[in-house]
Design a protein around this ligand. Structure first.
Ligand SMILES: *Cc1c(COP(=O)(O)O)cnc(C)c1O
Length: 497
C-alpha cells in the first residue's frame, strides 16, 4: 500500500487515516456528551456582544494545522457553550426541534459517505433509499400511485417548487407556453396565488423569485382560529376573475407557523377543483400529524393536493436540513426537468438509470434520507406517534393552565398542534407590549427559557412551540412562575421610576 502525505486528512485504509478519524470522532462524542450531561439551561444568557467577542477572539485558520484536542477545547468553550441548547425542555421558541440520536449518528455517515443525490453514479444505493422513503411518505399521505416527490432543503424550497410547477402548468394550459424555454408571457402580471394571511412568508418570497412579484399573492382573511375564511376565498376568486385577473393557485396551510392552525383542506380542495387552481398544501409543520392515529384526521383531504410541503426537520425531529416536496402527478415534474449531458442524459433514463436531479431544483444534494431512515427504524413508528400525541396534549394542557392564572391571555385556546400564543395582561393595555417584551428578554438572558415573541393585531405576544416530547407540564409551570416574577419586576420598576 502506498502512503501519501495527506493520509491523516481523509478516510482511507491507512492506520494514520483511521486513527485520525477515530480521534476526532471520539473526542467530539465526549465533548457533546459532557455538554449535554452538564448543561441545565436552554441558553447561557450571554449578550450578543459578549458572544460576538468570544467568536472574534478565535483564530480562524492555522498555518500548519493545530492540535485536534486544543481546537475542540476552543470549540467547546466558544461555540458549544454559547449555543442554543435545542434539546433542553425549556427551549420552546421556534419550530426548531431537538434532533433524534439516530439521526445525529446518521449525519456523521452522511458526511463520511458524501453521496450526492443528483446522479446515480454519485449516489448508487442512496438513490433507491431516498426513492423508497418518498414512496413511504406518499403512502402515509394516502397519495395516489401516480405521486412522486423529492427531498429538499426545507419548507422554503418545497413551497417554491410547488408554486413553480403551478405557474408553469398554468402557462402551459392557458397559452400553450413553455416557460422553461420561452420565459413568462406578457400577461404574467395578471397571475394570482391565493393563501391565508397566516400563510408562511415564503409564499410571497417565492412569487417574486418566480417573476410574478409579491402583488401576485392575494391573502385571504382568517377566522378567530387563524384558519382561512372559506367564504372570503370564494368571494376573492370571483372578484379576481371578474376583474380580468388570473387566479392559478391556492395554498392551504396545515400548521401555520405561529398558531399551528390548519386550514380546511377539503373545502379549499373543492374550490381549487371548481376553478382549475393548482392546490398546494404547506404542511411543513403539520405534516408530522400523519404519523399519529389520534391526530391524522386533521390532515384529512391532503391527498387531493397537487403538491405538498413536508419538513422533516420540524416534528420529525431531524437535524437541519431535511424536508420533502410531493406532487400528486409525477408528470408535473417535467416542468423542471433539465437534461445535462454530463449528469443525466435523456437516454440514461430510457435505460432505467435513475438520476434524481431531474426532480430537484438543487444539483449537488445531501443524502438526508439516511437520517430519516435510521430514525424510523431505530425509534419506530409507534414512538413517533406517542411523541407527537404527547406534545399536542401538552399544548392543550398548557393553554388551560395559562387561562387558569387569570393574568395570561391565550390567543389560541385549543391549539391544533403544539404552539401556544399568549401574553401577560397584568398591566394596563398601553404597557402590555413593553411588559411582554421585557419578559421575553428576561427569560432569554437569565437562561430560564427560550420562548418566541410574535405579533398579533400589532400587539406583542409570546409563544411556546412545544415540539420537545421531554418538556413536561412542570417545566411549563416553572416557566410560568418565572414569567409572573418578571411581570412583577416590570410593574415594580414602573413604580420606583
Ligand atoms: C418552517 C415553515 C416553512 C419554511 O420552512 P424551512 O424549512 O424553514 O425552509 C414554510 N411553511 C411553514 C408553514 C413553516 O412552518
Amino acid at each position: 500500500m502506498t502512503t501519501t502525505d495527506f493520509d491523516r486528512y481523509f478516510l482511507n485504509s491507512s492506520n494514520e487515516g483511521v486513527k485520525a478519524f477515530q480521534q476526532v470522532a471520539s473526542e467530539t462524542q465526549q465533548l457533546l456528551s459532557d455538554f449535554y450531561q452538564n448543561n441545565e439551561q436552554a441558553f447561557n444568557g450571554k449578550t450578543p456582544n459578549t458572544i460576538e467577542n468570544e467568536i472574534n477572539e478565535m483564530s480562524l485558520v492555522s498555518k500548519n494545522g493545530d492540535d485536534v484536542t486544543a481546537v475542540l477545547k476552543e470549540v467547546q468553550e466558544k461555540i458549544v457553550e454559547n449555543s442554543i441548547h435545542v434539546s433542553h425542555p425549556t427551549s420552546i421558541g421556534h419550530l426548531h426541534c431537538p434532533p433524534l440520536i439516530p439521526a445525529i449518528a446518521a449525519e456523521l455517515m452522511i458526511g463520511a459517505l458524501n453521496q450526492s443525490m443528483d446522479s446515480w453514479d454519485q449516489s448508487s444505493a442512496a438513490t433507491y433509499l431516498e426513492e423508497r422513503l418518498i414512496r413511504w411518505t406518499a403512502e402515509k399521505l394516502q397519495l395516489p400511485s401516480t405521486a412522486d416527490g423529492t427531498f429538499t432543503s426545507g419548507g422554503t424550497q418545497s413551497n417554491y417548487m410547488g408554486l413553480l410547477l403551478a405557474r408553469d402548468r398554468f402557462c402551459h394550459q392557458q397559452w400553450n407556453l413553455n416557460v422553461k424555454q420561452q420565459g413568462l408571457p406578457p400577461e404574467s402580471h395578471k397571475l394570482r396565488i391565493l393563501c391565508s394571511e397566516a400563510a408562511h412568508f415564503t409564499v410571497k418570497k417565492s412569487a417574486y423569485q418566480l417573476g410574478l412579484g409579491e402583488q401576485a399573492v392575494v391573502t385571504i382573511e382568517t377566522d378567530e382560529n387563524k384558519r382561512m375564511k372559506i367564504s372570503a376565498l370564494i368571494d376573492e376568486v370571483d372578484r379576481l376573475k371578474s376583474g380580468g385577473l388570473l387566479p392559478m393557485c391556492v395554498v392551504a396551510t396545515a400548521g401555520t407557523t405561529d398558531f399551528g392552525s390548519i386550514d380546511s383542506i377539503p373545502d379549499i380542495a373543492a374550490i381549487a377543483e371548481q376553478h382549475g387552481l393548482w392546490f398546494h398544501v404547506d404542511a411543513a409543520y403539520g405534516g408530522a400529524l400523519m404519523m399519529s392515529q389520534q391526530n391524522r384526521h386533521k390532515l384529512y383531504g391532503i391527498n387531493s393536493a397537487d403538491s405538498i410541503t413536508i419538513d422533516f426537520h420540524k416534528q420529525f425531529y431531524q437535524p437541519i436540513s431535511c424536508g420533502a416536496f410531493f406532487v400528486k402527478e409525477k408528470a408535473n415534474f417535467r416542468y423542471l426537468a433539465h437534461h445535462a449531458d454530463y449528469l443525466n442524459p435523456e437516454n440514461d433514463e430510457d435505460d432505467g438509470l435513475v438520476h434524481l436531479v431531474s426532480k430537484s431544483i438543487q444539483t449537488t444534494r445531501r443524502f438526508d434520507a439516511l437520517k430519516l431512515f435510521l430514525s424510523l427504524r431505530i425509534v419506530g413508528e409507534r414512538n413517533f406517534a406517542s411523541m407527537i400525541d404527547y406534545t399536542v396534549q401538552l399544548a392543550q394542557q398548557t393553554a388551560r393552565v395559562m387561562t387558569g392564572k387569570g393574568t395570561i391571555e391565550v390567543a389560541n385556546l385549543s391549539p391544533e398542534i403544539n404552539a401556544v400564543v399568549f401574553r401577560c395582561t397584568s398591566v394596563s393595555e398601553e404597557a402590555r407590549n413593553e411588559m411582554n417584551t421585557f419578559i421575553y428578554k428576561k427569560l432569554l438572558h437569565t437562561g430560564t427559557a427560550l420562548v418566541a415573541k410574535t405579533k398579533l393585531n400589532g400587539d406583542v405576544y409570546l409563544k411556546f412551540t412545544l415540539l420537545n416530547p421531554r418538556t413536561t407540564i412542570s417545566d411549563i409551570e416553572d416557566i410560568l412562575h418565572s414569567i409572573s416574577q418578571f411581570a412583577a419586576e416590570y410593574e415594580n420598576r414602573g413604580i420606583t421610576q
